[in-house]
Write a protein that binds this ligand. Structure first.
Ligand code: 5GP
Ligand code: ZN
Length: 136
């Protein structure tokens, strides 16, 4: 199902042109218009899901298989040495387009990008507490 006024629905379904690296019945992989590095790509499902919370498990599995195929091909063609797979959910987490997408970010030596977080100090007690909060 598509959502009116969703730009990624329009791109994924070909209503708005994009630089497409791959397409099948379920997905389109496009170049990001504001790339972190050369070749930064996005996997878009053709159906509308706002984020990972809405994405069905089966599709989530397919996204990962497609990511694997894409990074193998892009590594060979672009000669990058590494890859970051980034997937933001919710504006707090940095999501700006609310149609599920997976970033495929090729990494090159001295590409000047930093994708990461500041590690926090945590005690053994806090680790145990959070584990117990999550595990049934
Ligand atoms: P988010 O911050 O939601 O995880 O990522 C959204 C990404 O979509 C950004 O990297 C941004 O550059 C990209 N983007 C936003 N609008 C367009 C567009 O119209 N076309 C393409 N190809 N990428 C877009
Ligand atoms: Zn959409």
């Amino acid at each position: 199902m598509r959502k009116d006024n969703c730009i990624f629905c329009k791109i994924a379904n070909g209503e708005i042109p994009s630089r497409t690296l791959y397409e099948d019945e379920e997905f389109r992989v496009i170049l990001d218009l504001g790339p972190a590095t050369k070749g930064h790509a996005l996997i878009l499902p053709k159906d509308h899901y706002a984020d990972l919370f809405e994405l069905p498990e089966e599709k989530a599995g397919e996204v990962m298989c497609l990511a694997k195929r894409m990074v193998m091909k892009m590594k060979e063609k672009l000669g990058c040495e590494g890859f970051n797979l980034v997937q933001n959910n919710g504006d707090l987490a940095g999501q700006t387009v609310f149609h599920f997408h997976m970033h495929l970010i090729p990494r090159y030596r001295a590409d000047g990008q930093t994708i990461g977080w500041k590690p926090q100090e945590v005690s053994e007690e806090e680790l145990e507490e959070v584990k117990n909060q999550i595990v049934d």
